[in-house]
Design a binder for this molecule. Structure first.
Ligand code: ATP
Length: 248
């Protein structure tokens, strides 16, 4: 039996991800993450934002368990990870990736493959599904990763900078998919520099600078911290991160 206090947050939501990083670093590097704590309840989209080198990728590495030196605790049950740089099995076509994914899940065959065909069509990959993803453009590779991630229907998505390689139509479809998954109760951690989009779609933010959290919460909390009432996420971000870099 799960204890209420461990699994439920203040909002009463079910915690799909709990991050508690005391310290993390690379071999022979200085500490790059310090005292990072946040949670993602069901149905919430959390934007992980911060300047270059702030520690966003290092947080994702900590969550997926590949950070070389890590002290802390990460709790989740399952996730789909969409990396910034797509990764595929060599020698397998996109369809073979989909078949392989199916073989790892206990789901209804008809529903799974009908969902797969629907996603491929939406993302305009149907005509290349029997090709090797290596022969795809970067955007097509990203879309292929999206198909595979969303087909799993996990409770948690970890998505690293999805907007750079996708065309506007694909971004639109991607955002619809996320919305649908949130309605299903999935949680999402989205790491991005696209702050205008983040402001529109994220329920809350974790703003990092120099390996620590500057502010976390809804846009109102970020505005309050930056003393910019009604300010855009972009303006608040710049003010807070500049202030942090200036040391005050
Ligand atoms: N492989 C590595 N070895 C040593 N130090 C690293 C390594 N990767 C990242 N770092 C350092 O860790 C710190 C955080 O980097 P990280 O890649 O997490 O930042 P980020 O917020 O993802 O940046 P960006 O927006 O540029 O992707 C930086 O100081 C960086 O120099």
């Amino acid at each position: 039996m799960l204890k209420y206090s461990e699994e439920y947050g203040e909002s009463g939501g079910y915690m799909l991800l709990t991050v508690d990083i005391k310290e993390a670093k690379y071999i022979n590097s200085q500490v790059v993450l310090n005292d990072i704590q946040f949670t993602i309840p069901d149905g919430r989209l959390v934007g992980l934002i911060g300047p270059n080198g702030a520690g966003k990728s290092s947080i994702i590495k900590s969550i997926i368990g590949v950070m070389p030196v890590f002290e802390g605790e990460i709790d989740y049950k399952e996730y789909s990870y969409i990396p910034e740089r797509p990764i595929f099995y060599e020698g397998l076509t996109l369809w073979e990736h989909i078949e392989f994914l199916y073989s790892t899940l206990s789901v209804d065959e008809e529903v799974f493959f009908s969902d797969a065909e629907g996603l491929l069509e939406k993302l305009k990959l149907s005509s290349v599904v029997h090709d090797l993803p290596d022969s795809f453009s970067k955007g097509m590779q990203q879309k292929a990763m999206i198909v595979l991630a969303f087909l799993r229907k996990p409770s948690l998505y970890i998505i690293d900078e999805p907007f750079m390689g996708l065309d506007p139509q694909a971004i639109n479809i991607f955002l619809q998919l996320i919305k649908h998954e949130k309605e299903r109760g999935a949680g999402v951690l989205l790491c991005t520099h696209a702050l205008d989009t983040a402001e529109k779609i994220c329920d809350e933010f974790v703003l990092l600078s120099n390996g620590k959290i500057l502010v976390q919460g809804e846009l109102r909390a970020v505005q309050k911290e930056s003393q910019l009432v009604g300010g855009s996420l972009f303006d608040c971000f710049n003010l807070l991160t500049e202030r942090d870099t200036d040391g005050g």
